[in-house]
Design a protein around this ligand. Structure first.
Ligand code: ITT
Length: 196
């Protein structure tokens, strides 16, 4: 199939999605496409921010592309940090500070239920399609593990017994929100391309 631009500046996402797609499709990141833009995320839902990112890149290139927006939704915090996950502790988007802020917000709270939610926005032949993936789990009371990125050291997916940051990418992809959304994207693309 033709090349599909993944409208992200997060190389960890690119690695995980390539792995999740098992190299079935030719995905290139913004960096690889030579596009240096910091796409704003001005909206208050993952859906609208994901659409914004893919539309900006589609308008710039005229090509099929997709983006994704992900949030960590914590039950005891009424769904926060949610759509603000990247900037939870400030505009510098520092993962350590974000995790410290989350641990402080949850201090003394026994309900540790949370979920990662990913929304992929695909612009395919000029039309937009969205695919969602959810991974339920719990927030730890201290960091565990060295792999992954973002909030991974604080999150144990249901049924796993260890944090995302204690998993290889392959193992994370057996549980992950991103993998679930990506599987729906792949199914859509395969159907459209008659590759089933
Ligand atoms: P792009 O917008 O360029 O795609 P980003 O890193 O800004 O990249 P998001 O706005 O979707 O992406 O990320 C929201 C936050 O959630 C950010 O702090 C990430 O580090 C974190 N995050 C996203 N996916 C995650 C995952 O699988 N595990 C842990 N943290 C994750």
């Amino acid at each position: 199939m033709d090349t599909l631009i993944f409208a992200t500046n997060n190389e960890n996402k690119v690695r995980e999605i390539r792995h999740a797609l098992n190299n079935q499709f030719h995905i290139i990141s913004l960096k690889e496409a030579g596009i240096l833009v910091d796409i704003p995320e001005p909206h208050d839902t993952l859906e609208d921010n994901a659409r914004e990112k893919s539309l900006v890149i589609h308008q710039l290139t005229g090509k099929d592309c997709f983006s994704e927006d992900t949030g960590l939704e914590v039950e005891a915090l009424d769904g926060a940090p949610g759509v603000l996950s990247a900037r939870y502790a400030g505009p510098e988007q520092d993962a350590s500070k974000n995790m410290e802020k989350l641990l402080s917000a949850l201090e003394g709270i026994t309900n540790r239920k949370a979920r990662f939610r990913t929304v992929i926005s695909l612009i395919y032949h000029g039309k937009e399609y969205q695919f969602e993936g959810i991974c339920p789990g719990v927030i730890l009371d201290k960091k565990q593990g060295e792999q992954g990125f973002g909030y991974d050291p604080l999150f144990i997916p249901d049924g796993a017994g260890k944090s995302f940051a204690d998993m290889s990418m392959e193992e994370k992809n057996t549980y992950s929100h991103r993998k679930k959304a990506t599987a729906k994207l792949a199914e859509f693309l395969m159907t459209r391309h008659g590759k089933n």
